[in-house]
Design a protein around this ligand. Sequence first.
Ligand code: D61
Ligand code: MG
Length: 436
Amino acid sequence: MVLRSLWTIIDHPEDLMPLVRLKMAVARIEKEIPAEPHWAFCYGMLTKVSRSFALVIQQLCTELRNAVCIFYLVLRALDTVEDDTSVPSDIKVPILQLFHQHIYDKNWHFSCGTKDYKVLMDKFDLVSTAFLELDRSYQEVIEDITRRMGAGMAKFICKEVETVEDYDEYCHYVAGLVGLGLSKLFHASGLEDLASDSLSNSMGLFLQKTNIIRDYLEDINEIPKSRMFWPRQIWSKYANKLEDLKFEENSINAVQCLNDMVTNALMHGEDCLQYMSNLRSPAIFRFCAIPQIMAIGTLALCYNNIEVFRGVVKMRRGLTAQISEQTSDMPDVYCAFYEFSSMLKDKVEENDPNAALALKYVETIQQACIKSGTLNKRCFQAKVLKICCKILFSLSYKMLAPCVCFKAEVSRFDSLKTKVICTIAYPIVLLMLWCK
Ligand code: D61
Ligand code: MG
């Protein structure tokens, strides 16, 4: 584990400082957890149950941060009920449908889920207590979205995701509605105009579809019952049963099916760019943009990648740390979307049944980035910095390696020039990375 992390750093030295700074930011934020016990519980829980959203939520301004934190925890609790495959459907359905009422009741609780999710469910009264302290305008949004999501989840408990239409409908309930709710919370805070439902929905669909694609193996291997979100209309073109895709003999079809799914998700990229370009508040912008960049990065990584059917495919932690500190305005987003869609484009093979459509969506995304007119300068700077960093680190390894390995080799090693360059360059690079 440690050795693997070390190897990753040697391979990607540009990850090092962002990782260190991210660790420091997390430590700083953890120190700022509020004193009252129910709020302390909520923020403590947030960091435990959400790897991807905790940090971005905590960077919002105080009032909005509290509302979004509770919005997250309420929906995460609802999702814990949905996801617990050991709760029978006849018990689960009414809980999902009435969840929006339970959040007003400090004495209500339903035990399910495991580990941290179980703690969230068992101490849900503390989430309710915090919810009841929110401004009424925030409470109304959270209640409305919880009601609609609960009803939608209940509908899909007894129904499979058959068509692409079902797939969009399911993703609307579990993630599109989060987008709608967030847009309403942003508006209620007075910091943003109200975004259209359609663009807000796309923000959620892009994230949820990416999750569903990436989590194929985890969901199919779920105990006691596997969970399937890939629509039959898509996978039936490539296999008789969805689980057949994980077997080695079906690799070619599996990858084609995966590419079909990624292509379907890419469709929402353009709307997401549009939504983000309408935002005004820098904190809200970062909150929205970081997860979207992670999503297109994950799609690029998953495309044409058989590993999705063998284990977990995730972006390097260092890369996510870099994204999280280098995303502050729309040019950063255009640059990242352009880069990741180029990476995906390079992986498209001519003979793939959906190659043309995938290229069409990539083109649409890239055109939107080019049209912004901000691409060249920012992207170029970032690339130069990365290349410089790589060269200088590799030079310094050349200098250090012989010293560590064989003393005798040091004399033979053409070291003077390298040593001089490294001694001067190393601190400069560190300084540049630190200040960036
Ligand atoms: C801007 C910024 C963040 C956004 C957004 C716009 C639009 C939508 C979303 C976030 C939601 C995206 C959800 C994607 C991840 N999917 C899940 O977590 C699945 O559960 C869905 C139901 C519960 C949703 C809870 C949620 C998630 C993110 C939020 C939020 C609420 C509130 C505020 C901010 C972000 C998935 O969970 C299992 C897993 O992936 O671990 C599932 O069960 O399918
Ligand atoms: Mg779920």
